[in-house]
Design a protein around this ligand. Structure first.
Ligand SMILES: *[C@@H]1O[C@H](CO)[C@@H](O)[C@H](O)[C@H]1NC(C)=O
Ligand SMILES: *[C@@H]1O[C@H](CO)[C@@H](O)[C@H](O)[C@H]1NC(C)=O
Length: 347
């Protein structure tokens, strides 16, 4: 536990009211499926434009009814057994000189054991004012799969980033995510790393009315002082989106070490990784969220001054149990080993 505590001490220290009412829960969720469907952005479309890795509950499908997802799913790959939400992001691939692609494996995050692939999920309440948990049917999107350049707004930098590990055992991850320009970049790092970490910060302010919106973003907003301010000043919300939500953050650890061989990298000196969107810049990383916690479990977690992967009153399960939760693949295409093309992208 000490190890995992160290891993996010900086984040907690940055909370305005650390230890005095703010909560930070951090827990692993294994991959439940890699598939080319997207029930948020392309509902019912089989296949959708690019593949995703999905974590969470087994109600994931090409279409997910916008009801209480916690009553549709019967199991979850997350260690909090009451989190039947789904979360999905782009996958990362290595592109070889001959044009073939190989998926970059993911490893258990610092302090975690037992997750297969997957993502570490964080929910934070700032302690400054009431944090209101998402409602049944709530959905949202962070990032833009079409984006290929740096954010115009400097604060966009804090929305998502890649951290280039400086050495084995997550060396360099003892700083708040997306906060250190010496290790964090908005696009892919342009050098060899001892692993790459992706962080995605979802917006933390809600209009209080709409569970979703046509672009899956308009019903939510970042705090007035920008994405990172949730951690630094409590994240005051704009008047258009006055309801403070938990800070949902996804963290993915990519094991790039098998590709750390200059003779495999592009001869022009560029970096070799691409997202499953076909994007060699990394700017198109995005995260989709369909809320599915049971009852008031997430509200309890936000109100309970909880820290880490346990929280009084919340049910957990071990990862061996979590890993038994599965959904069948909808689109049968090969995403593993050396593949000639990235599914759906034309590349
Ligand atoms: C997904 O939806 C299809 C079509 O409605 C259905 O046949 C299938 O059972 C669903 N899968 C899951 C895992 O719910
Ligand atoms: C492409 O290059 C990779 C890495 O060198 C190699 O493992 C793979 O077999 C090659 N694929 C083809 C089709 O030549």
């Amino acid at each position: 536990m000490l190890f995992s505590l160290l891993a996010f001490t900086a984040l907690v220290q940055a909370l305005p009211n650390a230890g005095g009412g703010g909560s930070l829960v951090r827990f692993p969720c294994s991959q439940i499926v890699i598939d080319r469907i997207d029930p948020l952005v392309n509902p019912g479309q089989i296949p959708s434009p690019h593949i995703h890795q999905v974590i969470g509950g087994n109600a994931f499908n090409a279409t997910i009814p916008s009801t209480d997802v916690s009553s549709l799913a019967t199991c979850t790959t997350c260690s909090f057994a009451e989190d039947l939400s789904n979360y999905w992001t782009a996958n990362m691939y290595f592109k070889a000189r001959n044009g073939s692609y190989k998926r970059v494996p993911q490893i258990p995050n610092r302090g975690n054991t037992g997750e297969t692939g997957g993502v570490t999920v964080y929910y934070t309440s700032s302690g400054a004012g009431k944090t209101t948990a998402f409602k049944p049917g709530f959905r949202m999107l962070v990032g833009d799969p079409m984006r290929r350049e740096a954010g115009v707004n400097p604060s966009m930098k804090m929305q998502s980033c890649y951290r280039c590990y400086k050495g084995p055992n997550f060396k360099g991850d003892d700083l708040s995510p997306c906060a250190d320009p010496t290790v964090d970049t908005e696009g892919f790092p342009n050098k060899m790393c001892s692993g790459i970490r992706t962080n995605l910060h979802f917006p933390t302010c809600w209009d209080g009315k709409n569970l979703d919106s046509p672009d899956h973003k308009s019903h939510i907003a970042y705090p007035t002082a920008g994405p990172a301010s949730f951690h630094t000043d409590g994240g005051a919300c704009p008047s258009t989106h006055p309801v403070k939500l938990p800070q949902l953050m996804l963290e993915i650890v990519w094991d790039t070490t098998q590709f750390n061989d200059k003779s495999l990298w592009p001869e022009d000196g560029s970096q070799p990784f691409v997202l499953s969107t076909g994007d060699p810049t990394g700017f198109s990383q995005h995260g989709d969220y369909v809320f599915g916690w049971k009852g008031d479990a997430l509200q309890k977690a936000m109100d309970g001054a909880c820290f880490g992967a346990t929280c009084t009153g919340l049910k957990t399960q071990n990862m061996a149990t979590a890993n038994k939760c599965a959904v069948p693949k909808t689109v049968n295409e090969n995403t593993e080993g050396w593949i000639d093309k990235l599914p759906g992208t034309g590349n």
